[in-house]
Design a protein around this ligand. Structure first.
Ligand code: G6P
Ligand code: ZN
Length: 542
């Protein structure tokens, strides 16, 4: 039975860098999810007659939320819903399904790398027909709809059994429950040289993939162990759990600590890798050799010719603005177009659609290509495996050779989390006000060459995005960037991105925090981080 439920706007339902992300308890409030979903329908001109892909990363509240989304899609006249079995779909797999099945869009339930559980976070992302995150004009219309909503429609019906593969119906809408892994795994097989990777494992190459109790477990087990012949036990923490085993499913050296420790032992495997809650992020680490996401992008660009999917060459490369300029150096050497976009994968969508870029990456552990319209954790791992299968060298040797050719962009991001929101925006405002006066001044023995606030004009649709971060360039190849995160759920997160180019091969082996010490001190002095936030050190250094 279709129900018309009167409601009122709920404050704060503004999608951020990656959908609407809030504390799980906020989403559990009566009508909260319903208001937002109805606003998605309203913002996109309705779902009548449409086909949607629906799935999530399996976190607490995933299945309940999917039932609500299905009941609301059916009530609003959607024609067909394609749902991952047990409500599971990694973000890249959902993106692929939208494209493969020519769906009109999709709803992905995830708060990505944020912890899950009743006290954790939950999120909703809407993806459009190209498989990518909704662009800004769409999220703006959704947000507008949240502010004017007066009612929502929902079907009152028993929950759909999400565990049984095949077709079922909800009202007039058909529902197809699909294997979340199958189509994705088939796509990977088209992109990479599976025979070469199989041979690599046969030769004794060892790896550990930490699925962090999140959605990539089943994908990694099927692809790495069952198809490519990696030894059983290669996949760690491979069973998705609603609270990610109580952990923080973010693949970086801090949260993937166990894997990092393993990679520093004498008996470390050849390759370590990890992915996040919804499977779009990745971490790559060799024996005693952590690869920053920015370097990983540069290495993939430099060696793209070894990957079958890129045999025809790259259409171009793109990175988010705060990502290090390592890939720019590769692009320059190889005569490739290189784009700099605001933070957020959605900004790569038009470039990928137009084939102006075919490889993209972000410092926030995101790497991907034109095979889907999201970043893709396992894809990045397979790309590395494909390159190592061809090169037959260690990760450390590959990095050394890369730096020797292009120089090393030392890089680190310092995060100050849950900072008082007003203090954080004051810090940015004060620095913004001084930007024009900075060039020519000196700080910590470095001179400021240039300073600006990043804005982006999309080269395809001409849309403009302002206020995307403050950039300051320093003598000696240094750069610092300041911006506030768009994905936090508590107060504000100040991100300070620090970078310096080193071309002297004798200095490639330094600790990044040491190599960047001057720039770190300069950033604090310029922005008054300690004074304004009351913090003596960042919460996270990546
Ligand atoms: C998500 C987005 C990325 C973005 C990252 C950091 O993972 O998908 O595109 O780079 O969040 O965003 P933030 O606004 O928190 O720096
Ligand atoms: Zn994610």
């Amino acid at each position: 039975m279709r129900k018309f439920i009167p409601t009122k706007p709920i404050e704060g339902q503004k999608p951020g860098t990656s959908g609407l992300r809030k504390k799980t308890r906020v989403f559990q409030q009566p009508g909260y999810l319903e208001n937002f979903i109805q606003s998605v329908w309203n913002g996109i001109g309705g779902v009548g007659g449409k086909t949607l892909v629906i799935g999530g990363d399996g976190r607490f509240f995933n299945e309940q939320a999917i039932q609500t989304v299905l009941a609301m899609a059916a009530a609003s006249g959607a024609r067909h819903a394609i749902v991952g079995q047990n409500g599971l779909l990694s973000t890249p797999a959902a993106s692929h399904l939208i494209r493969l099945r020519k769906a009109d869009g999709g709803i992905i339930l995830s708060a990505s790398h944020n912890p899950g559980g009743e006290n954790g976070d939950f999120g909703v992302k809407y993806n459009v027909a190209n498989g990518g995150p909704a662009p800004e004009d769409v999220t703006a219309r959704i947000f507008e709809a949240t502010q004017t909503i007066e009612h929502y429609d929902i079907l009152r019906a028993p929950p759909v059994d999400l565990s049984v593969l095949g077709e079922t119906a909800l009202g007039a809408m058909t529902i197809e429950i699909v294997d979340p892994v199958r189509d994705y795994a088939a796509l990977m097989e088209q992109l990479f040289d599976f025979a070469k990777i199989r041979a690599l494992f046969q030769s004794g190459f060892t790896m550990r993939f930490d699925a962090m109790h999140a959605v990539t477990g089943p994908y990694a087990t099927a692809i790495l162990e069952d198809t490519l012949g990696a030894a059983p036990g290669t996949v760690l923490n491979g069973v998705p759990s609603p609270d990610f085993g109580g952990g923080h499913p973010d693949p970086n050296p801090i949260w993937a600590k166990e894997l990092m420790e393993l990679m520093h032992r004498a008996d470390a495997p050849d390759l370590g890798a990890a992915s996040d809650g919804d499977g779009d992020r990745n971490m790559i680490v060799g024996r005693n050799c952590y690869v920053t996401p920015s370097d990983s992008l540069a290495v993939l660009a430099a060696n793209a010719g070894l990957i079958p999917a890129f045999a025809v060459g790259l259409g171009g490369v793109a990175r988010s603005m705060p990502t290090s300029q390592a890939v720019d150096r590769v692009a320059e050497a190889q005569g490739l177009r290189c784009f700099e976009t605001p933070t957020g994968w959605k900004f790569f969508g038009n470039l990928l659609d137009a084939d102006m870029a075919s490889l993209c990456g972000e410092e926030s552990a995101g790497t991907g290509s034109n095979h889907v319209r999201e970043k893709d954790g396992l894809w990045a791992v397979l790309a590395w495996l494909n390159i190592l299968a061809e090169k037959r060298c260690s990760v450390a040797e590959l990095m050394q050779a890369h730096w020797a050719e292009y120089g090393r962009n030392y890089y680190s991001r310092h995060d100050y989390e849950a900072v008082d929101s007003a203090a954080a925006s004051d810090l940015i405002a004060a620095l913004r006000a001084r930007l024009a006066d900075l060039p020519g001044t000196h700080v910590q023995g470095l001179s400021v060459l240039k300073a600006d606030e990043f804005g982006y004009t999309d080269p395809i649709d001409g849309s403009r995005s302002e206020g995307q971060g403050l950039r300051i360039w320093l003598s000696g190849g240094g750069r610092m960037v300041f911006r506030l995160s768009g994905t936090g759920t508590e107060g504000a997160t100040l991100r300070v991105y620090l970078e310096r180019l080193e071309t002297d091969p004798d200095k490639f082996g330094d600790d990044p925090q040491q190599a960047l010490a001057d720039i770190i001190a300069a950033a604090d002095q310029l922005a008054g981080i300690r004074d304004r936030t009351g913090r003596s050190a960042p919460d996270v250094r990546t």
